[in-house]
Write a protein that binds this ligand. Structure first.
Ligand code: ADP
Ligand code: MG
Length: 206
């Protein structure tokens, strides 16, 4: 049975964030306050430190720790939003292995947490616009009988398309919304980091 190792997921996410810190900051410089790269890097480094210093026994506990660390260590909108994503996915994951259906359910629960916290809808030019298509693709692929690796490939394609589709949008949530029409023509930073989160999952298969 193929599963996702949540510790490897979080570590792979942290590595990708490190590799893309400058890009995330540049995107946020265009429509925000130029801190999304440093926010995410600080949070991801704190998550990795917690994994090293205080290893957790179950998938749910690993994800819950990450959520609490992110909320504690990241100022800005993205800390509480990603933190809530992981706290909600933790609650859905519980103690069991994250096979395809369990991972999809945890991811969906995380997305629902982002919505509960930030009230974003489709097309608001936020991380939702990458996370939601990924969740839909995961569910659809698994329902059609795909294995988890293939479902994750489809989820990454969907997240990437959702991320790219933020470029022409007017931001309606968060700091970028203060710019109104001037937010048009720029890719959303949070949708970009969220696409890295989906990409990281493919590196956590075992
Ligand atoms: P801040 O905006 O406080 O500086 P960051 O720069 O770290 O925080 O994160 C900005 C990202 O957060 C945006 O690109 C967007 O994707 C996401 N975001 C902001 N507000 C919301 C919201 N209400 N719902 C979902 N995502 C949001
Ligand atoms: Mg910012």
């Amino acid at each position: 049975m193929t599963t996702i190792d949540p510790s490897r997921w979080l570590r792979a996410f942290a590595t990708l964030i490190d590799e893309h810190t400058e890009e995330l900051t540049a995107l946020d410089a265009a429509i925000g306050d130029a801190d999304h790269g440093s926010n995410m890097q600080r949070g991801a480094a704190a998550v990795v430190a917690a994994l090293d210093d205080d290893p957790q026994p179950t998938p749910g506990a690993v994800l819950k720790q990450a959520g609490m660390v992110l909320i504690r260590s990241v100022g800005g909108a993205s800390g509480p939003l990603y933190g809530t994503f992981f706290l909600r996915s933790a609650a859905a994951a519980g103690t069991g292995e994250l096979d395809g259906p369990a991972f999809a359910a945890a991811f969906r629960a995380g997305l629902d947490g982002v919505v509960a916290r930030g009230k974003a809808e489709s097309g608001d030019k936020t991380m939702f616009d990458a996370l939601a298509p990924a969740a839909t693709a995961l569910d659809a692929e698994l329902a059609a009988g795909a294995a988890l690796p293939e479902a994750l490939d489809a989820a990454l394609v969907a997240a990437t398309a959702g991320r790219d589709a933020t470029i022409p949008l007017i931001a309606r949530k968060g700091r970028a919304s203060y710019l109104g029409e001037r937010s048009v023509g720029h890719q959303d930073p949070g949708a970009t980091s969220a696409t890295l989160l989906v990409r990281a999952a493919r590196e956590a298969l075992r």
